[in-house]
Design a protein around this ligand. Sequence first.
Ligand SMILES: NC(=O)c1ccc[n+]([C@@H]2O[C@H](COP(=O)([O-])OP(=O)(O)OC[C@H]3O[C@@H](n4cnc5c(N)ncnc54)[C@H](OP(=O)(O)O)[C@@H]3O)[C@@H](O)[C@H]2O)c1
Length: 314
Amino acid sequence: MEYTEFGKTQLRVSRMCLGTWGIGGAGWDSYSDESRMDAIKAAVDCGINFIDTAPAYNGGRAEQYIGEVVHKLGVRKEVVLATKCGNEFINGKYVRCGAADKIMRECEESLRNLKTDYIDVYLVHWPDPNVPMEETMDALNTLKKQGKILHIGVSNFTKEQMEEAEKYCAIEAYQPQYSMVDRKWEQLIRWACAQKMGVMTYGTLGGGILTGKYRELKEYGVDDNRNRFYPYFKEPLFSKVMLLLRTMDQISEERNVPLSQIALNWTLQRPFISSCIIGAQSRDKIEENCKVFEWKLSDDEMQLLEQALKKTII
Ligand SMILES: NC(=O)c1ccc[n+]([C@@H]2O[C@H](COP(=O)([O-])OP(=O)(O)OC[C@H]3O[C@@H](n4cnc5c(N)ncnc54)[C@H](OP(=O)(O)O)[C@@H]3O)[C@@H](O)[C@H]2O)c1
């Protein structure tokens, strides 16, 4: 495992962060409780000390799994827990909620779920256009003063929204989407990094499509995140990603490494990213992903991928 400073927070985090949207158990493939909790344990075993979650991941279920495992292992002080506020999961739908009273309540619940009395990194999950930024950020300031959260961050914010938020408090962490197949936030990420924010990016595996496990177009249910969140599982992007996979397959064969490690390797080579978040619900996948630190894509391979990306995705 590799570790790095998380922006100006003085936290030292693993460059791979465990994502727990899938582990929460809604909108992704279903695994047993045992597998999900063992995946969290596997992450700790592999040296991952950074875990990303949110109350929106199945109404707090993901937080509860983490709380249970971290408590059982007795590693609360060794792990950096990032959770979020301002996005509720109600009757299978995600509802933005930046109101101060809701955030105060959400935080108490997250603390209970996570079996802890402090959250290392607390992010606004999505901006709420119906609530003044000042109200949302002031609520976070209050929580920080109370010692319930240590560092404030934002996710899915535009530059204008980040600048507006910074009028009310210091933003120390930023969580946008970033992967081989989604680079639209790259300029903003570089800016955030220059501001000394810790940058944790999500969707590193394009929601799984960059692992090569999806080779045929399929229909997913309305509540499946492959249907409603990531656009790669439908045309026209599906066929474009399949073309990119041909180049990844070639590297995979030559190197004898899985495609997932190529996608991870590519992201980890970006110096403006502190830690990339990977969602996985079983020990074998976590262990396989962590082997990415044993090798590095060469300049020629990076160029080959760049050419393939130019021809296909960007
Ligand atoms: N802030 C936000 O708005 C936001 C949005 C999206 C995600 N996130 C965070 O970022 C995390 C990661 O994003 P994500 O989970 O959406 O997408 P992702 O990490 O790009 O992909 C996750 C998918 O890849 C699969 N996978 C992982 N390792 C694999 C391997 N070695 N071989 C084959 N398949 C593998 C997982 O399978 P299994 O599930 O079957 O194990 C899952 O289907 C989330 O869990 C969440 O913590 C944040």
